[in-house]
Design a protein around this ligand. Structure first.
Ligand code: ATP
Length: 556
């Protein structure tokens, strides 16, 4: 596996994804639709492999708990559209907003917190001093502005990358040092324009699109939920929403699961499914799209045990990403700063992100998964808004408390409570992107293939290919026999067309770990050539041993 995602070109990866049938722009023949993507045959297999790995490792065969005992996680599959009051209770109607600004001239829209300004000064000293005063006290509107996501110029994308507000503090400081740059006779620097500065100096700040002053609207809160209407009449009473997260479907079924499945606290409920967010600026391929998939667990536990489970899930979830092929420093854990906390986590509770070093964030990182302590926020909200009792009653704890002679309050506290919830919430689509980025390896030295996708065997959409060297002399028949045998167990391709070099190159880009080639010797000595994807190494084995060889090598 590759050590780093630095220096990988997203343009080349996106082109490969299209060329090889991983991911296509949605509605492509109509010019595409911003923020939506379709998965092709290989992308669908890859996504299913990642999804199945998560479901297997978290639900069917979850890890042992901190005490070494098995933990219990159950799956649900809830509706995408729920009662509209669900989203009032969850806080999404009131709080799931991004500040948004429109350019009235070009009709372009962007997030206020993605706005950066370029100041030009005569000397480096002046640039440094001005930059300091802008951050500390004075704000003089910039010469030019740029939105993080829509820049064409190299310096802007460099700056935007450095100034993503979610960068780690150390990198942030480092970036601030780097940002004064020399442009021949002038010195420039770029800083993020705050929402407050934007509102105050609105008429003085040039639009990032027209570069004209006075074109921008004040920042307005924009709700990210997609609205829809239920039934024939389109009025406010019929309004509902496409779910912006899968989590709420779990909270709504918490009591059902508890009542039907004989589970005891602590336990988890898991769900994988689509979520929809009307993102103001979808970008970076499938990293931020408007329709995407999530893999979420809500882990219910006694409030006193929440911290212990929070630490446990941070560790488990970080390690899981290594098991699907992400490596080394490309993964890091980062604790949220206070101003980033989601509306449910504002009560001093933590949120850790598992982050991945994507090529477009490198050397920084982007969120792959959030592990949040949601406290009893959601259950409490649903209890209040719906009137349903969602408290947990632990009869064993009550009996034990009585036996131990505890007072009534203590017994009550231990046996009757609203559970706290630890939520590991991972992006399946973002996970697919991380797996693609990690696997994507340019191979300029290799003849034939320009790129190899060195997927972890568990993720590889095709596990092996069988190639008759030529389409005659009994080779296709021998190959077909081998293919029929292997495909009972694995996703295998059989291909007789084109030169063998081209067929290997295609499988390298598809990320197929092994190819087996039938040639004239096969017919006389029953051996075939095996070729390994990452090294292009080749060897020969008996055709009867191919199944075992493959099982040993890929281990799945
Ligand atoms: P971000 O800060 O990137 O907008 P978030 O903190 O709002 O993400 P969560 O609400 O915690 O994200 O969602 C959990 C996971 O869902 C994220 O870690 C990410 O993997 C995935 N996710 C969220 N929004 C998107 C999106 N627009 N496109 C693809 N995946 C997403």
């Amino acid at each position: 596996m590759t050590e780093t995602t630095l220096n990988k070109s997203m343009d080349e990866l996106v082109a490969l994804c299209k060329r090889r049938g991983f991911i296509f722009p949605a509605s492509e023949i109509y010019g595409g639709i911003n923020g939506f993507w379709d998965y092709g045959p290989l992308g669908t297999e890859l996504k299913n492999n990642l999804r199945d790995a998560w479901w297997n490792d978290m639900v069917k065969s979850p890890p042992a708990g901190p005490d070494g005992e098995p933990i219990s996680i159950l799956g649900v599959d809830s509706s995408i559209i729920q009662h509209p009051r669900v989203w009032e209770a969850s806080g999404h109607v009131a709080g799931f907003n991004d500040p948004m600004v429109d350019d009235m001239e070009t009709k372009k829209r962007f997030r206020a917190d993605h706005l950066f300004g370029l100041w030009i000064c005569d000397t480096e000293q002046e640039a440094l001093a001005t930059r300091k005063s802008i951050r500390d006290v004075n704000f003089t509107p910039p010469m030019r502005t740029a939105v993080a996501s829509t820049s064409g110029e190299a310096w802007i994308s460099f700056v935007s990358m450095k100034f993503d507000k979610k960068r780690r503090q150390a990198e942030w400081n480092e970036a601030k040092k780097l940002i004064v740059f020399d442009r021949g006779s002038s010195y420039g620097f770029v800083v993020q324009i705050t929402e407050q500065q934007l509102s105050q100096y609105l008429s003085e700040i040039p639009s990032p699109f027209s570069q004209e002053k006075g074109d921008l609207t004040p920042p307005r809160m924009f709700n990210l939920m997609f609205e829809t209407y239920i039934g024939a009449i389109r009025d406010d009473d019929a309004k509902s929403y496409l779910r912006p997260e899968t989590a709420q479907g779990i909270f709504l079924n918490y009591k059902n699961v508890l009542d039907t499945m004989r589970v005891k606290m602590p336990f988890g409920i898991a769900q994988i499914g689509k979520a929809f967010r009307n993102e103001v600026t979808p970008r970076n391929f499938i990293f931020r799209s408007r329709e995407f998939e999530q893999m979420e667990i809500e882990w219910f536990c006694h409030p006193d045990e929440a911290k212990q489970w929070y630490d446990y899930w941070c560790e488990v979830r970080k390690n899981w990403w290594f098991s699907v092929g992400l490596t080394g420093d490309n993964i890091q854990m980062r604790e949220h700063e206070n101003d980033e906390l989601a509306h449910y986590a504002k009560q001093g509770c933590g949120c850790f992100d598992v982050e991945y070093r994507f090529p477009f964030t490198a050397p920084g990182y982007g969120e792959l998964e959030g592990v949040a302590d949601r406290t009893d926020y959601d259950l409490k909200q649903h209890q209040e808004h719906s009137g349903a009792k969602l408290e947990y009653f632990d009869q064993e704890a009550q009996v034990k408390g009585k036996e131990e002679g505890l007072d009534k309050d203590e017994i009550n506290k231990r046996s009757r409570y609203l559970p706290h919830v630890i939520e590991p919430s991972a992006g399946l689509s973002r996970g697919v992107l991380a797996v693609l980025c990690e696997a994507f390896t340019p191979t300029p030295e290799r003849k034939g293939s320009k790129f190899v996708m060195n997927f972890h065997p568990r993720m590889a959409p095709i596990k092996a290919a069988v190639f008759p060297l030529v389409n005659k002399d009994g080779m296709p028949e021998a190959g077909r026999k081998l293919y029929d045998k292997l495909r009972t167990k694995y996703a295998v391709q059989f291909d007789v067309k084109q030169s063998i070099g081209k067929r290997y190159a295609r499988m390298d880009e598809a990320g197929t770990p092994y190819c087996f080639t039938i040639d004239s010797d096969t017919l006389s000595d029953q051996t075939v050539t095996w070729r390994e994807r990452d090294t292009a190494e080749q060897g020969r084995i008996n055709i009867e041993q191919v199944g075992q060889f493959l099982a040993d090598k890929i281990g799945v």
